[in-house]
Design a protein around this ligand. Structure first.
Ligand code: CA
Length: 228
């Protein structure tokens, strides 16, 4: 499953190599040439992974990482930091900036993709391709199929992503704004009531197999998937 990756890198050549390799492997890319621009973009979009160069003009990659980790909305965003040399990498590890992983330049595309997969597995299980099961409800991300009690459940693309997110984050409450970030990747240009519309559709689709009750409204807080 393709992720949206925000690349924060000032060197056009490396930007291009990253963009090319990520796009070739089914990921979408966003590009910022410096940390200030990246920070402004993060006010509007929620990528699945932040790929940030340590050495940037102006605010450093480390400062950007610290800022992201200190932000209540962004704090769980997977971050991979790019470093120019092994010595820098060692220094950076000592600084404990809050990145999930570090990659030294030059790196092979294979290594980059493997690291991205690893951070997504840890931090964003809804990005993974393994089927998820909750009771008699089963979602297969690769086949794009949902079944409930052996019944095929037809879902639109948004309802599918919404259900996948809920099934990989069961028993936790998410506000409309958090769902917009995690499922739509955007909490600025999409209205919060859009979430309600898709929740209603999702419940409607889950009704015939008897799973509509899994999607619960938590008054004043948002929604959650719960088996209780
Ligand atoms: Ca740089």
């Amino acid at each position: 499953m393709g992720a949206t990756i925000l690349i924060v890198e000032d060197e056009p050549g490396i930007q291009e190599v990253l963009r090319f390799n990520l796009n070739q492997n089914g990921h979408d890319t966003l590009i910022a040439g410096d940390a200030e621009h990246a920070w402004a973009m993060l006010r509007e979009v929620m990528p699945d992974v932040l790929l940030v160069d340590w050495m940037l003009p102006g605010m450093s990659g480390i400062d950007l990482t610290r800022r992201v980790r200190a932000d209540s909305r962004l704090k769980d965003l997977p971050i991979i930091m790019l470093t120019a040399r092994v010595e820098e990498r060692d220094k950076i590890l000592g600084l404990d900036s809050g990145a999930d992983d570090y990659l030294s330049k030059p790196f092979s595309p294979r290594e980059l993709l493997a690291r991205i997969k690893a951070v997504l597995r840890r931090r964003a299980p809804q990005m993974m391709e393994t089927p998820v099961e909750i009771g008699s409800l089963r979602l297969d991300p690769v086949g794009h199929r949902v079944t409930g009690n052996e019944l095929l459940i037809e879902l639109g693309p948004t309802e599918f992503r919404l259900l996948h997110f809920f099934m990989t984050h069961a028993e936790r409450v998410y506000s409309r704004s958090q769902l917009l970030d995690h499922v739509w990747g955007d909490h600025v240009f999409v209205e919060e009531r859009t979430v309600d519309v898709h929740i209603r559709r999702l419940r409607g689709a889950l009704e015939p197999s008897g799973h509509a009750g899994l999607i619960q409204t938590v008054r004043g807080a948002g929604y959650r998937l719960s088996v209780q």
